[in-house]
Design a binder for this molecule. Sequence first.
Ligand code: GLU
Length: 466
Amino acid sequence: MTVKTRFAPSPTGYLHVGGARTALFSWLYARRHAGQFVLRIEDTDLERSTEDSVNAILDSMTWLGLDYDEGPYYQTQRFDRYNEVIDQLLERGQAYRCTCSKERIDRLREEQMANKQKPRYDGHCRGRDVDASLPHVVRFLNPEQGDVTIDDLIRGRIVVANNELDDLIIRRTDGSPTYNLSVVVDDHDMGITHVIRGDDHINNTPRQINMFEAMDWPVPAFGHVPMILGDDGARLSKRHGAVNVMQYQKDGFLPEALLNYLVRLGWSHGDQELFTREEMIELFDLGAVNRSPSAFNTEKLIWVNAQYIKAADPVRLAELVGGFLESDGVPIAGGAPLAHVVDAQRERAGTLVELAQICRFYYEDFGEIDAAAAKKAFKDGAEQALSMVREKLAGLEDWGRAPIHQLIADTVAELGVGFGRVAMPLRVAVTGGAPSPDLDLTLHLVGKTATLRRIDAAIALIQGRT
Ligand code: GLU
């Protein structure tokens, strides 16, 4: 049997990181078993579904590299098929028309609540001969006896008694099919073997299994992924920070870092933290997914991102960082090659936004030197050290790392002071206090003209001229 899984988002907003993790688990399961992965857009809620959301979901899937073998299918294009199945269920006596008024249903609910019973439809129209020309809904005839057993791939065995389930509406008065029916038809027609989805759907599963059985269709396996919590134990939401997948792109995360973080959220393989895509596919196992919810930890995500930034191809990094710098109007064209700058700075950044920030001083003068850094670096002797090193640098013809390094060493020797007495004021003068790599590399990348100009500005600052 070829494994076939699917991701079935409703396009009523952006793709939430929780949805992305469910998609990832479903995708991994398919890839792990050399199976297929289907994308299905569940856009039957016409009022809440939007094209923008569909696009946001498709963009997020592409950005994360969650490629699908089939789809996107759209449920709104399959209404005829759903109605065909509803008619078959009616013919088979597995569904019935119901003309109960809203008032009756409301009254029933009130009575049940007053008697401390679970509100549920009482089967009033079961077996009644309803005139099909009257306004009506169609209900699925749920079995009254027996149990439904789910051997959930994550949660283990779940048993639900049929008398806990009522007769679900599968077609509304306006003729439109409902969620549970459409999902069953799609999962059957699309040949889905493993339904991996959020555990907010766990109550729907026994009802769906009954519908598969009523149609004599094979029942797929189910795995319900626990939800993601915020740091306060409540369900992860906007209030905890970014939850929109594409926001993470804007905030400077690499897609592979987000995926790596998400796969580890509720799943582990020993104490390994970093997984290549291939490793994830090889090692992922639904049975090892934690049954309880996991808490989203932004610091850990930043740590993972930093590891990927350190390891990424510098040319690709430069392209991404360049995008951030360009949108900030930083003139990168005239300066050192961005791939070199990015390579020199990447160890010091948790996100691409941070990385872009600490790459700026290579291309443009900063406004003011960081006050704390200036206070520390521009002490007694700093002016003399800066003046001497400036003079030497001005005469340096080869602006390579080694000559710069030698020149600083000579200045230190000549002044007879510790290395820091020269290096510290020089570094602060040239970087403004931003984190930076070895001094010779920093100066080399900043360039001669800007270096001299910034030393002059620092001397003026020390002299109180600015
Ligand atoms: N469309 C549903 C949702 O977005 C998912 C349905 C399913 O996976 O069965 O919550």
